[in-house]
Design a protein around this ligand. Structure first.
Ligand code: FAD
Length: 437
């Protein structure tokens, strides 16, 4: 959910609230006696330097393990463009930045706690949403100073991790963790990053004409802006939806953009049957760990990275760890997505009531708590997701949607080599369909 800002400026240290830090359920992994410090020759290779891989590498290195991170590109965050993303703060009881601190990672990246915002719907109504605590933290993604990825890289290097760039892994040997990011597109985003004189704020639009099954957003902070249409279908018409999104914000808010740069990206969400591949833990979006309602994956990347580190350091079973800690949330996200798809625009009054009646963070938190209703609905939601997980409007012929563009440059990654089958014309693998939901 994208809301407007309340805090004055991006900070590298503040949490956006001044409460005492609560006890975080995420803790720094302990070193199991079997992997004690003298065992540093026992190297772990992490494949992929996104948030999942870097957080995992930091936790392992801090516990005394020798860690090599292999990254395909020449820097971190290369699939991002300095765009603002929301590090959500509602799917856990604790503050996401406190969770990072509890794992020994100071949030030295630029971040800004967002406590309120405006939501528009397709009926032309709009309403304010607010929370006493940060609903999410606005962070930037990419390789520049201040971006989340850049800060995590710094932490990793300081912890003694060796990061090898321009090293595209085609297989994984020894003690390895797989963290190569999304493998297919369930959701795509197209938009602009730009400079502006507009005042800070965050706006969300729920309108099929701008973003089919998804949402459009505008985030402005300190003279920088990110605008995008995030869609779960209609990929082939991405340019039309983006144009409509720009027109909408121009007419509603007088949007002005300077030095606008287009960007696009895609995301993958599913609940894997197994997040172990070739005996290696799979973390972050490569495992499909992402909120199915709105495509928030950073917190799951961080959580799963820490869980994989814990499984190695404490000789615990990674499957049990992620199933216990992540699966209930992932299932709730899938049920929420199913409900939204089912009720469509008829449900906007209910959404408005839910988000404006009291504290929005608490309302969202409730939506991610396991309940009897979500348990009953999950099997149906799961089937529904299988049926809709590929965009039927994109036939991949003469198409330049971000997913088709990506596939043109993307050869089968390591995951595919370890899978039971080859790739399909859509770039997905039999592993996608067989091993996962
Ligand atoms: C436009 C856009 C907006 C988003 N907005 C939000 C948001 O607001 N909030 C949110 O929580 N999430 C958001 N997400 C999702 C979030 O960015 C991802 O879920 C998150 O980055 C996943 O982290 P990861 O470490 O699993 O993967 P990634 O960040 O994708 O990192 C994977 C890394 O692995 C590398 N790699 C790939 N293949 C290989 C290989 N074979 N060998 C070596 N290295 C390899 C890649 O180069 C990359 O650096 C957004 C995504 C997009 C595209």
């Amino acid at each position: 959910m994208i809301m407007s800002h309340a805090q004055p400026s991006l900070t590298r240290t503040g949490t956006g609230n001044d409460r005492p830090a609560p006890q975080s359920p995420i803790r720094a992994p302990h070193t199991h006696p079997a992997f004690a410090r003298e065992d540093v020759s026992n190297q772990v290779t992490v494949i992929g330097a996104g948030p999942a891989g870097l957080v995992c590498a930091i936790a392992l290195a801090r516990a005394g393990r020798r860690v090599l991170v292999r990254e395909w590109h020449r820097n971190v965050g290369m699939r991002f463009h300095g765009d603002f993303q929301g590090l959500e703060n509602w799917s856990g009881e604790t503050d996401v930045l406190d969770d990072l601190r509890a794992a020994g990672i100071e949030p030295t990246f630029d971040h800004h706690g967002v406590t309120r915002g405006t939501v528009y719907d397709s009926r032309g109504s709009h309403y304010q949403v607010q929370s006493a605590r940060a609903l999410f933290y606005l962070v930037r993604r990419g390789s520049d100073e201040g971006c989340l990825d850049h800060a995590l890289l710094r932490h990793a290097i300081a912890a003694g991790v060796e990061v090898r760039f321009e090293d595209r892994a085609s297989d994984a040997e020894g003690n390895a963790v797989l963290a190569i990011g999304p493998r297919r597109a369930d959701i795509i985003a197209v938009g602009y990053v730009f400079e502006t004189h507009m005042a800070d704020g965050s706006w969300l639009v729920l309108d099929e004409r701008l973003a089919p099954r998804g949402y459009a957003y505008l985030l402005i902070h300190a003279g920088r802006g990110t605008l995008a249409s995030c869609m779960l279908k209609g990929f082939k018409q991405q340019a039309v939806y983006l144009e409509r999104t720009v027109a909408f914000f121009r007419s509603q808010l007088g949007l002005t953009m300077r030095a606008a740069k287009p960007f696009g990206g895609f995301g993958n969400f599913r609940i894997p049957r197994s997040a172990i591949q070739g005996g290696h833990p799979v973390i972050g979006e490569q495992a499909g760990f992402q909120d199915a309602l709105a495509g928030f994956g950073m917190r799951y990347a961080i959580r799963s990275g820490l869980l994989a580190a814990r499984s190695i350091l404490e000789a615990r079973d990674y499957s049990s760890l992620w199933r216990e800690e992540l699966r209930p949330l992932l299932r709730a996200g899938m049920v929420n997505r199913f409900i939204v798809n089912l009720i469509g625009e008829r449900g906007w009054p209910a959404v408005e009531k839910l988000l404006t009646h009291g504290d929005a963070r608490i309302a969202l938190q409730r939506m991610y708590r396991p309940s009897i209703a979500s348990r009953i609905l999950f099997p149906i939601a799961q089937l529904h997701h299988l049926g809709t997980s590929r965009d039927p409007s994109c036939d991949h012929i003469d198409c330049d949607c971000v997913w088709c563009q990506h596939q043109a440059e993307h050869k089968p990654p390591i995951a595919d080599r370890n899978s039971r089958g080859g790739s399909t014309p859509t770039g997905s693998t039999r592993a996608d369909r067989g091993e996962h939901l």
